[in-house]
Design a protein around this ligand. Structure first.
Ligand code: AMP
Length: 414
């Protein structure tokens, strides 16, 4: 399959070629022709599947078919994203793919001054990439006119709903003209996403990048059982003994992210944390340092990491398991992208067994368990202090996590 056959103009093909893409990803091959027909689309695609280009390229094609030259023009395409990082990244993609076209994009999100955004909107834009809250601030101040929007994209719709944006989304929808093309992208489906889709999409084409709730094939997943108190030590050990180049590490809390990053620094591993309490400029700086390669480990919370565009990351670590199982899939989507292999490691304490069970239920399979020599022993003793001595001895040969307070290997369950 070649990009030439998708119906995109030469300026877009040139930009795609400039990015070094030789062929469309499956979700791009499926969605681009359908979007160009003007149909509504419901696409199941995680980060890493090439989903951004899957809606950006046809959007740019449609907009450039009828260019509006007047100054101060109102946006004709609106992309809503859950986080500012994702807005920034989608905006960057719009600019990259549209660099040979005369279309203007503005990126609108909160946490930064509103006045430069007002100036930009006043000068006129064709494409608006925005987070819902700040967009509504502009709407309230009448500094944005959404009455000319022809194409609406909801990117990472599942996450927007998880983050409680449903009311904001509905308020934005009320400001849009009734006749428009709607594209909904979501990594996972649940009843809430379906309800949103039902109310929004008109006879949509339903397209999927991969099977529902299935992580990229290229990602190998492993669980390392370990006691909570030894997780940091195990992580440092894995990074050092494995000669890791770079890793993205997830923690559940902002505080945990900061603390871990500081501890890794003490262990001699360059590290930085990225989370919602940090200013936008601090987050951008942390991400830039990581991308440059001057930082080995980026520690992030789920919300901050959402949509981070880091290419071919070899290791993703769940330092804490997420309590929302879908977050696990989002997290491990940061590795194994665009054909490159990747490993997703989860450091799982006995207290997190229930989270693991829920994640495995969502995946529809067990994740391979590998004990790391030197870490399973004490972990198990700490994890199951009440286990009778005889039980410990009996289980010794099989590894401690077969003991009552611990894990079972999938093969031993049956
Ligand atoms: P996304 O799923 O939009 O976050 O994209 C994941 C990564 O894949 C990004 O770094 C893109 O630059 C890259 N990408 C998008 N389309 C292609 C393609 N057709 N071939 C190779 N890489 C791509």
């Amino acid at each position: 399959m070649s990009f030439d056959l998708l119906g995109l103009r030469a300026e877009l093909l040139k930009a795609v070629e400039g990015e070094g893409y030789t062929e469309p990803t499956p979700i791009q091959a499926k969605t681009i022709p359908v979007i160009l027909e003007g149909r509504d689309v419901m696409a199941g695609a995680q980060t890493g599947t090439g989903k951004t280009a899957a809606f950006t390229l046809p959007m740019l094609e449609i907009l450039s078919r009828s260019r509006h030259e007047q100054r101060g023009r109102a946006p004709r395409a609106l992309v809503l994203t859950p986080t500012r990082e994702l807005a920034a990244q989608v905006g960057e993609s719009v600019r990259t793919y549209g660099r040979n076209l005369r279309l203007w994009a503005a990126i609108i999100y909160g946490g930064v001054g509103i006045n430069p955004q007002i100036d930009e909107l006043r000068r006129g834009v064709d494409i608006l990439v925005a987070t819902p809250g700040r967009l509504l601030d502009h709407a309230g101040q009448r500094t944005v006119d959404l009455s000319k929007v022809e194409i609406l994209v909801l990117d990472e719709a599942d996450r927007m709903l998880d983050m409680g944006f449903i009311h904001d989304i509905r308020r934005v929808l009320k400001l849009l003209p009734g006749k428009r093309q709607n594209l909904l992208f979501s990594a996972t489906y649940n009843d809430e996403v379906k309800r949103l889709a039902d109310g929004l999409l008109h006879e949509p084409a339903v397209l999927e990048a991969a099977r529902r709730n299935t992580p990229a094939e290229a990602v190998s997943q492993v669980v390392h059982p370990v006691g909570q108190t030894r997780k940091r030590e195990l992580l440092s050990h894995l990074v050092k003994s494995g000669g890791w180049r770079q890793a993205l590490v997830f923690t559940r809390t902002k505080h945990g992210a900061n603390r871990l990053s500081e501890q890794l620094l003490k262990d001699g591993i360059s590290s930085t944390a990225i989370h919602g309490n940090k200013s936008q400029s601090a987050r951008t700086r942390a991400l830039a340092e990581f991308k440059k390669g001057s930082v080995k480990v980026l520690v992030a919370t789920d919300i901050a990491a959402r949509g981070l565009d880091i290419e071919s990351l070899p290791h993703v670590v769940n330092y804490d398991l997420p309590n929302v199982p879908e977050d696990y899939i989002h997290r491990i989507g940061r590795t194994g992208r665009a054909g490159a292999g990747g490993t997703a490691l989860s450091l799982v304490s006995p207290e997190e067994r229930e989270h693991l069970t829920n994640i495995q239920r969502l995946l529809g399979r067990k994740i391979q368990v590998e004990e790391v020599p030197g870490f399973q022993h004490e972990a198990s003793q700490k994890a199951a202090p009440a286990a009778p001595r005889a039980a410990h001895q009996r289980d010794a040969g099989k590894g401690r996590f077969n003991s009552p307070g611990g894990f079972r290997r999938p093969s031993r369950r049956h």
